[in-house]
Design a protein around this ligand. Structure first.
Ligand SMILES: Nc1ncnc2c1ncn2[C@@H]1O[C@H](COP(=O)(O)OP(=O)(O)OP(=O)(O)O)[C@@H](O)[C@H]1O
Ligand SMILES: [Mg+2]
Length: 486
């Protein structure tokens, strides 16, 4: 660590010399000032680690210096030197925030002890502040980018949910930031100082996952050469993050449910019950409610882990966030060299549908940063499928009443026509479906084509038919609400 610097303020040169000599010998660097004004200037310019000041100074007195110094740097320890016997002023100084006081006739040891204690306190405060800032930066909201109304609602819910002890289920497509949100929940919760323990329920075979979660005793199975605590134990007092909870096997669902109900676990191969106090945050990209309806996920477990549900919208539904995120990632991966996006590339990014959500955008920008030559990202730095705009987007109707097709002006006529046709076809199908309240047979009849063909077109345009008549083949089951080719 670099040498600590001490600012010494006194109007008596002998006193200053004396202090400087002792402190230098002990390895400190010293700055000196004969009055408060000069001291304040040095505080601002040199940021010393400790201030030692006499209380009686010409002009601004030591008390006033103390007040102003602590205002400028609340973590700065101050030691005041008091005249012999003036206990009142020492007490007043401590009340004003002085760390310690020394009599004018201090001993060398007394001085050195006071200085070391003050500097130790300073180091702790600085460390704490750094840690706090790091925590906030790494885990708080600061690095979750988003200003769309959809994300503003998420942030508010996260804040409220974090304060409570309720179990939380985060639902969202792949790459929408479920893990990031889970960490933010923990970091903003009363358990923030305790561990956050992620468990990936999808990556391990059932047996291994069981011993990961609940731990095992020595000899519980071949290879269990010593006892090992499970992740639920590790998370005691903190947050257990069950990623992809929908992938849990039925047997593990039951065991987890029991553990959460009783707040106790038994290690694999063990008999003792171990208390565990965990808050559970889970994530899934599946429709768990549907899994419950189909008997694939235990209903009691569903209700236990889903006290508060946070639904993360897909990126395509976060108006304005694509540009914001793209710039944030450019800053992260552009190494200061890249300044921004040209109009074409930004338009392409905003047009694309981002099926892989934020993670896909992040990858695309990282790649673009590697490929870009100049200061800006251009269309050719984006992957073809993004640059060419993915699915065309309908804008509000133009002045002639016809829907405008974004980006079509840039295409050769033949391709532009194809896009036009495709957009019109999709819009036609949607309108008909809406008019016939989702009844595919009726809509097909109105279109003058058979049901099968209509279905095929719906699939081609990824349109979901909201409802089908139960008398249609396969129409009675809930999953038949997805448009399918039969
Ligand atoms: N709003 C956001 N702001 C900044 N970065 C984000 C945001 N959302 C996601 N990311 C980044 O995108 C990547 C994917 O996020 P995360 O792993 O949290 O998604 P996920 O929903 O858990 O995905 P999966 O379902 O594939 O596990 C991470 O690198 C994350 O840092
Ligand atoms: Mg994840």
């Amino acid at each position: 660590m670099s040498e600590s610097r001490v600012l010494i303020v006194d109007d008596e040169p002998d006193m200053v010399e004396n202090l400087v000599r002792i402190l230098r010998r002990a390895g400190y660097r010293c700055l000196r000032a004969g009055d408060a004004e000069r001291a304040l200037a040095l505080l601002e310019a040199d940021h010393p680690d400790l201030l030692i000041t006499d209380l009686r100074l010409p002009g601004l007195d030591g008390m006033e210096l103390l007040r102003r110094a602590r205002e400028a740097d609340p973590a700065l320890p101050v030691i005041v030197i008091t005249a012999y016997g003036s206990i009142e002023s020492a007490v007043a100084a401590i009340k004003q925030g002085a760390f310690d006081f020394l009599p004018k006739n201090f001993s060398v040891d007394g001085l050195l002890v006071a200085v070391e204690r003050a500097l130790g306190q300073r180091r702790l405060q600085v460390e704490n502040r750094n840690l706090r800032e790091q925590l906030q930066q790494a885990l708080g909201f600061e690095n979750i980018v988003g200003r769309s109304p959809a994300m503003a609602r998420v942030f508010e819910l996260v804040r409220k949910a974090a304060r409570s002890e309720a179990n939380i289920l985060i639902r969202g497509e792949s790459g929408t930031g479920k893990e990031l949100i889970a960490r933010a929940v923990h970091a903003n919760s009363p358990r923030a100082a305790q561990p956050f323990v992620p468990v990936d329920c999808a990556s391990l075979p059932e047996q291994l996952l069981e011993s990961e979660l609940f731990g095992h005793e020595k000899g519980a199975f071949t290879g269990a050469v010593r006892a090992k605590p499970g992740l639920m134990e590790v998370a005691h007092g903190g947050t257990l993050f069950l990623d992809e909870i929908g992938e849990l096997s039925p047997a593990l669902q039951s065991k987890l449910l029991r553990a959460l109900q009783e707040r106790q676990i038994r290690r694999v191969g063990g008999t003792a019950l171990i208390d565990v106090d965990v808050r559970v945050v889970s994530a899934t990209n599946r429709n768990l409610r549907e899994a419950v309806a189909r008997g694939r996920f235990r209903e009691e477990l569903y209700y236990r882990v889903n006290v508060i549900e946070i639904a993360l919208p897909p990126l395509r539904e976060r108006a304005g966030d694509v540009a914001l995120l793209a710039h944030a990632f450019l800053k992260r991966y552009g190494q200061g060299r890249l300044r921004g996006f040209d109009d074409d590339s930004l338009a392409a990014l905003e047009r694309y549908a981002w099926p892989g959500n934020v993670r896909e955008l992040q990858n695309v920008i990282e790649r673009a940063c590697a490929l870009a030559d100049g200061e800006t990202v251009r269309l050719r730095d984006l992957p073809d499928y993004v640059a060419r705009g993915g699915a065309p987007v309908l804008r509000a109707p133009g002045p002639d009443g016809a829907p405008a097709l974004e980006g079509a002006e840039d295409l050769p006529l033949r391709e532009a026509k194809e896009r036009w046709m495709s957009v019109l076809e999709a819009s036609y199908l949607r309108t008909l479906l809406g008019r016939h309240r989702g009844n595919v047979s009726a809509a097909a009849k109105a279109a003058g084509i058979d049901r099968k063909t209509f279905h095929r077109l719906l699939t081609k345009h990824r349109i979901r038919a909201p409802r089908e008549r139960p008398d249609e083949p396969g129409g009675a089951r809930p999953e038949a609400s997805e448009a399918r080719v039969t």
